[in-house]
Design a protein around this ligand. Structure first.
Ligand SMILES: Cc1ncc(C[n+]2csc(CCOP(=O)(O)OP(=O)(O)O)c2C)c(N)n1
Ligand SMILES: [Mg+2]
Length: 599
């Protein structure tokens, strides 16, 4: 190889540097030492962060993007190393978050011979089949000179249209094989592509007609608004037409939860004013939201939505999501931010906009009535005391202690349901969660990615005891990279969200859902605070509700890695005005209000 020719690994790394990717998160193996060697040479331009489980790298990459809007790369070895990654790929894929996974594979000359760690019994070097359902696309260059094309196409696929993770699967020898004199230039191939497509102009006019004529309109926002950078324009539209805004769990934070037009979460455990306004709306403008079962009360009419007769305007960058679950009065394929610009411009050209906004007073008053009823219903939970800590109080105390610029990354489980119901996020990245694939560990590990993306901001993970134990290796990574993250382990000595289903639907036939000591039968868990201390991290226990917010404030003030082990009750599930039913397990009832049946 002549000295001015880059090998495959060098081309990939050079491309990442040209894309201004500051970090590669991952874990070594013989399959990727060629790539690590290329990273070694460019250590001044791109920092390599080594973790203790590959899924941690994937979750970090995911949350890194959710915080700063820039995709990052991961690196994993061949065979088992990369087989630890699909859980994170799927998580990002279903939540439309891009990252580039550079996976190693066996040498091309050994394809189909059953070399160490080769998946070969259906097809040679078959990692791509493993992740086919888990990512947007897989590229597998099998000659050095195929790498430049693969890397630029992989990057483009990842960031254009509906974003998502892409795998670049690189056989061992290709990292070291001559590839090109230089990496492709992102300025030429990717930087000048815009996917901010607008809706068709007739559709925009029709949407405005419908919004101006509506008497009881509601806007529903999903994560397309957050990650599409449309929060400011959303606010403009909502205020201009005085339309209340509800959100899916993934849309949490798209509007400040304390804004007078903010209705709250639409879900099983969403508040009455959100679910009831949405299910009685005459026009529902849905922006960047995909109507999953948890947002839609399992699609049962009359709990979250009643479509029809509600007229649905559904706007999404991906037409596959439009009319997937509900018929549309108007479906528009568009980037949400561009669509909002179009609508605002159309309103500028219309007469009577002020009248339409003024006519909204009655609808907003009615909603205030719903809000008062709901607030009275939930009020006792905010002051409930005791040990273990009552869960609503716990969510409230955590919310109280977080400064405005904090990033709270939740894990998956009943704690997530409490947080999305009782925290009041102010910014699009105030409360981050996974709503598509929902893998335990997302928040435990993701908080490290948040801290890399926002080094100065307070980053907190609230995670279940089950998930923390599954991913406790993160303690070491926080120490090794001096990341001042705080874990609040929501310790209920159980896989409580699943135990709650056994209690609610299966007559309390509990099996394999809690943690007990074999001799005493008492609730058991390792001492997580001591575990943290053994890793060189501050660790404290909190048993009383009144101590939780002070403990969190102290942890944040320390600006070093910290773990709070909070003893929290799981006797109650968060209830709301919607439902979530699992087929075959019987009907569920909302905790507040009932099913709406239009006349
Ligand atoms: C990797 C993975 N395994 C299993 C599940 C199924 N699951 C969803 S929530 C949950 C319980 C989580 O327990 P914990 O982390 O303690 O949270 P809690 O519900 O108690 O708040 C389980 C097992 C999952 N989502 N992800
Ligand atoms: Mg638990």
């Amino acid at each position: 190889m002549s000295s001015n020719v880059l090998n495959g690994g060098q081309v990939i790394v050079d491309y990442l540097v040209r894309e201004k990717v500051p970090y590669a998160f991952g874990l070594c193996g013989h399959g990727n030492i060629g790539f690590l060697d290329a990273l070694y040479e460019r250590a001044d331009d791109i920092k390599t962060i080594s973790v203790h489980h590959e899924s941690v790298a994937g979750f970090m990459a995911d949350v890194y993007y959710r915080v700063c809007g820039k995709p990052i790369a991961t690196f994993t070895s061949c065979g088992p190393g990369s087989a630890n990654l699909p859980i994170a790929l799927a998580n990002s894929y279903l939540d439309s978050v891009p990252f580039l996974a550079v996976t190693g594979n066996v040498p091309t000359g050994q394809f189909n011979r059953g070399a160490f760690q080769e998946l070969y019994r259906h097809y040679q070097a078959d990692f791509p089949s493993t992740v086919r359902a888990y990512c947007k696309r897989v590229f597998q260059p099998t000659r050095g000179d195929m790498v430049p094309l693969a890397i630029r196409q992989a990057w483009k696929t990842m960031v254009t249209g509906r974003p998502g993770p892409v795998v670049l699967d690189v056989p061992f020898d290709i990292f070291k094989e001559a590839a090109a004199e230089e990496a492709p230039n992102p300025e030429a191939w990717n930087a000048n592509i815009s996917c901010r497509c607008g809706a068709d102009p007739d559709g925009v006019a029709k949407a405005v007609d419908m919004l101006l004529a509506a008497e009881q309109p509601v806007i529903l926002v999903g994560q397309g608004v957050k990650y599409g950078g449309a929060a400011t324009d959303l606010l403009r539209l909502a205020e201009r037409l005085r339309i209340p805004v509800a959100w899916s769990a993934s849309g949490t934070g798209a509007i400040d939860a304390r804004h007078p037009l903010a209705l709250g979460l639409i879900a099983r455990n969403g508040p009455y004013q959100a679910n009831h306004a949405a299910r009685t709306a005459d026009v529902l403008l849905a922006l960047g939201v995909r109507f999953d079962d948890r947002t839609s009360s399992s699609w049962l009419p009359g709990y979250s939505f009643t479509i029809p007769p509600t007229k649905l305007i559904h706007v999404d960058i991906d037409p596959d999501e439009i009319a997937r679950n509900y018929p549309v009065a108007l479906g528009l394929m568009a980037d949400v931010r561009t669509f909002l610009h179009q609508v605002l411009a159309e309103l500028d050209a219309r007469d009577g906009v002020g009248d339409a906004a003024a006519a909204r007073a009655k609808w907003l008053d009615t909603i205030e009535g719903y809000r008062r009823q709901w607030n009275a219903f939930i009020a006792p939970g905010f002051v409930e005391d005791g040990s273990p800590i009552p869960p609503q109080r716990a969510a409230h105390e955590i919310d109280k202690a977080l400064p405005e610029d904090a990033i709270l990354v939740s894990d998956i489980g009943v704690h997530h349901n409490w947080l999305i119901q009782f925290c009041n996020p102010r910014r699009p990245d105030s409360l981050i969660g996974s709503m598509g694939f929902g893998p335990m560990g997302f928040g435990v590990a993701g908080v490290l990615g948040a801290q890399f993306a926002a080094p100065e901001r307070p980053c907190v993970s609230v995670c279940g005891d089950g998930a923390f134990f599954m991913h406790a290796s993160v303690l070491g990574t926080a120490v090794e990279y001096d990341l001042p993250v705080v874990w609040v382990v929501w310790n209920n000595f159980a896989y409580a969200s699943i135990r709650g289903l056994q209690r609610g639907y299966l007559g309390g036939r509990e099996l394999a859902t809690d943690f007990r000591h074999p001799s005493t039968g008492a609730p058991y868990n390792p001492d997580f605070a001591a575990m943290a201390r053994s890793a060189g991290i501050a660790g404290v226990n909190v048993d009383r509700a009144g101590d939780l917010s002070d403990a969190l404030r102290e942890a944040l003030a320390a600006r070093k890695p910290y773990l709070i082990n909070a003893n929290i009750s799981a006797d109650k599930n968060p209830g709301g005005a919607g439902v979530w039913e699992l087929p075959g397990l019987g009907q569920s009832q909302p905790a507040f209000g009932g099913r709406y049946q239009p006349q």
